[in-house]
Design a protein around this ligand. Structure first.
Ligand SMILES: NC(=O)c1ccc[n+]([C@@H]2O[C@H](COP(=O)([O-])OP(=O)(O)OC[C@H]3O[C@@H](n4cnc5c(N)ncnc54)[C@H](OP(=O)(O)O)[C@@H]3O)[C@@H](O)[C@H]2O)c1
Length: 268
């Protein structure tokens, strides 16, 4: 895959461009970026990453081996209508747009190889876990090229398109749930006379350590939790409070509501 064209130059596009250039997956001069009207942002991306900024869409679309849709859901229809006349029939399209179905893209651009992804904001530091779904027209070579591209922002998991709703609810929105837990633990910790920096370090490093344990030690979270929990001890007292306030049920509803919202937005 030689040339990539990003339609949309926001935070998600920049995170991917950062990954692609930092890991030299694609030469920066072969990454083309356009947006609606924010010229200053294109200049900033050109200066920061050496990518090619352009408003000459017809040319850029002719040359592109992959077109990435990276605008907000409210803007995608107008953007697709703008590119429809210029994009060659078999050029693959990869969409980052949450909840916008491949069928809707095909309705405007015609049948072609399509992929949809759901990354998360940890893409900024190459730690996104990204769900990807393909239509039947995507060949193995294009799949491999897209996997390599996505690995520059983290790890990749292939799912069916319908399962992207669950991926959105779990890992797309997921960082926000963990930030919420950190907010709550920090607020609680601050009431004990520790300074803010100390509490932040205690909470964030504990979370990072627990995350690494889950990745590196081949044990289920229940067992890891049991090993910390002395009978009649502090952890047991703390977890009892979580159970009293139905925190597990709250997470079940959290994921269910986010999944349902993803479906609702896709149909609106
Ligand atoms: N944030 C997340 O956690 C997350 C996770 C997964 C997926 N996503 C998805 O990622 C997508 C992009 O989000 P973002 O946060 O990167 O958005 P963003 O920062 O708001 O950037 C949107 C970009 O789209 C451009 N644009 C709008 N209409 C256009 C058009 N007709 N033609 C060309 N460019 C157009 C905008 O250009 P101007 O600046 O010139 O208006 C801007 O560069 C969204 O669809 C979102 O659902 C986000």
């Amino acid at each position: 895959m030689k040339n990539i064209l990003f339609i949309g130059a926001g935070s998600m596009a920049e995170a991917i461009i950062h990954g692609l250039t930092a890991q030299q997956v694609i030469d920066a001069a072969h990454i083309f970026v356009t947006n609606k009207s924010n010229e200053a942002k294109l200049t900033q991306l050109h200066e920061a990453y050496g990518i090619s900024a352009t408003y000459e869409l017809a040319d850029a679309l002719q040359q592109a081996d992959l077109v990435v849709l990276a605008m907000k859901p409210k803007d995608v229809k107008a953007a697709l209508e703008k590119i429809a006349a210029h994009i060659p029939a078999q050029t693959p399209v990869l969409s980052i747009v949450a909840g916008y179905a491949m069928a809707s893209i095909e309705a405007i651009l015609g049948a072609r190889p399509l992929a949809r992804i759901m990354p998360n904001t940890s893409a900024q530091i190459a730690l996104s876990t990204t769900g990807v779904a393909y239509n039947a027209a995507v060949n193995d070579g294009t799949k491999q090229a897209i996997t390599t591209l996505l690995q520059s922002i983290g790890t990749v998991i292939e799912v069916e398109e319908d399962q992207l709703h669950a991926v959105t609810a779990i890992s797309g929105s997921g960082p926000a749930y963990f930030y919420y837990v950190v907010e709550a633990m920090k607020e609680a910790g601050l009431t004990y006379g520790l300074d803010e920096q100390t509490v932040k370090q205690l909470v964030v490093e504990t979370m990072a350590g627990a995350s690494e344990m889950l990745k590196r030690v081949d044990e289920e979270p229940q067992l890891l939790r049991k090993k910390i929990t002395s009978p009649g001890g502090t952890t047991e007292a703390g977890v009892k409070a979580l159970e009293k306030f139905n925190v597990k049920e709250a997470f079940t509803t959290c994921i269910a509501d986010a999944e349902a919202k993803s479906r609702e937005l896709a149909n609106s």
